[in-house]
Design a protein. Sequence first.
Lengths: 435, 252
Amino acid sequence: MSKQNMSETNNSTAVLSDIAFIEASNEVSPLLKNFCQTKKQALTSWPIPTRKTESWKYSAKHLKLANNYSALPETTSSYQAAYELDCYTLQISNNRIIFNESTIQGLSIKRFSELNEAEAVRVREGVIAESKDFQFADLNAAQLIDGIYIQVDDKAQIDKPVKVIFEHIGQGMSFPRVFVYVGKNASFELIEELNISSDEDGDAFINSVCDITVADNARLRYLRMNLDRLAIDKGACKHIGATGIKMLRNARFESYCMALGSDLARHDLHVKMLEQGAECDLNGVCVTRDQQHFDNHTCIEHVAPHCTSNETYRCIADHQSSIVFNGRIHIHPDAQKSLGSMSNKNLLLSSKAEINSKPELEIYADDVKCAHGTTMGQLDETEMYYLKTRGVSSEQAKLMLTLGFVLEVVRATPIESIAEFWEQQLTDILSFQES
Amino acid sequence: MLSIQNLQASVDDKQILKGLNLEVKAGEVHAIMGPNGSGKSTLSQVLAGNSAYEVTGGDVAFEGKDLLDMSTEDRAREGVFLAFQYPVEIPGVSNLQFMKTAMNNIRRYRGEEEMNAATFMKLAKEKIQQVNLSPAFLKRGVNEGFSGGEKKRNEIMQMLMLEPKLAILDETDSGLDIDALKVVAEGVNALRSPERAVIMVTHYQRLLDYIVPDYVHVLAGGKIIKSGGKELALELEEKGYGWLGIDEEANA
């Protein structure tokens, strides 16, 4: 069915293909052309989410998509690292790939346009790429010009983390995409940093996808953060991103997602443990204020037996901001001896702030251990009182307790300079010097 | 130093203190004893400034200033310290960070300079060892996962750090084994001086073997009904509260 017909038959429902965006150009790898076309076709039947769309129930009202996203201007990167870190850097800046590194021992880094058939298959079969659940990831694929493919050689221990920066300058939509393959017995640290700069309020919209495969016995640490000054100062931008992880036998995956709100920010993190002995550990901290909104959707699939998952997310919402935590654990029928645990603790700092937490456990095997816990609260009066009886001021007591609530998770971040940086950021953001 | 006159206080609209009078001078140690439900903890909490307790009448002067008019934190800064019966656990905030913030708040209030990090560390290590806890406890979350005895010793450590003028110990002896009790007593005795005063609230006479009070008061039905020297505690221990015509069951 052509796009024209869809629009006519579905007069009342707007679909994603109604948004005017940049067409996939001819530059994209011929091996991915069909993939992109299929995804583009899929857009014609993707309704633009409304509050009736279950997975967008609390976020749809913040989405406010423009009808038309113009091409992003070609500009030079203005990226400056906010923290000191000895790492390799790759960048997708306004949809343009910038390689800052020549060769890195143990890594091969390519553009999607340079992929061979086997590599292209991996990209097409990524968790997010294959899924039919992520409408915005489909929008990303439909627009795809190029992406970065990173492969870690078998047994390689990469000496420094690789930081991939998704930079967005000005008004419009950007759609960076990365694929990472961590070879057998390899060990790798990947940082994904989103960075929007725009002079005006309005539609700076970054729509990213990161698909990852962690092969047998390999280990990946993944840090994801949105760090733009806009999110920190004004929240005047949109971030939608999806991360998919395929885990093979005895693979290990750790994630640390540090999130600040924006106009609209959403992260979908989907882990599939496909073979025995895989183990994942998902950590998240989310802090919003003013009118910001952040939506965390996580899903852990225990497909094979004897896999372990742990998840810890802490959220703080202040002022009129809002946060969603939707954490799903799906244990497939064959996944006996699965161990799953999920903890989500939330703190509301104002009577107008809102946090919606929804643990979803779907268990189809009978010999599993799966636990979840959610708490929702305000600052504890007894704790406040205890601190004050030692001479600590109200403001400082509030700050200490609020920070303490998230720092437990922040301090677990394996890269020290990033943990310190976030501790400082969050201290600045949460300091209660209110006017 | 502390002058309490006709103090009345209630919690959840239930009157607990019904006209309590007490004078504490610098250098003195007072023990307040009484059966359960007599108002001992209420008195401690009211003095420390717990907003869950409502003062309905009376006056409390601390070094001539109106204590009831001060915020909780200002009372601490003026030199009032309460060792809690049930110390609060605060995960995510380290003991060290807590004490540093507290100490610097107090010093700023008094117009003193903040303590530098090295001096502070040295002091903290010294005080935590003084209460027989390993320095590792400084890095742990405040009281997080501490045993009952460790929590009480941590309270005494805080007291030694902050060097209050008036220390109020609310049933600090309850739930302690004899070794921990000695550690607590040594901590309190180390702080005794002509400029400081201590109020010990306790149910049992046991603690008073180690911290010898100058005065003992019996609190019942929200009032002090009898005062005396340290021998009063021994008499109470021997004869029980019933000796003073207190029906312990009815009070509880």
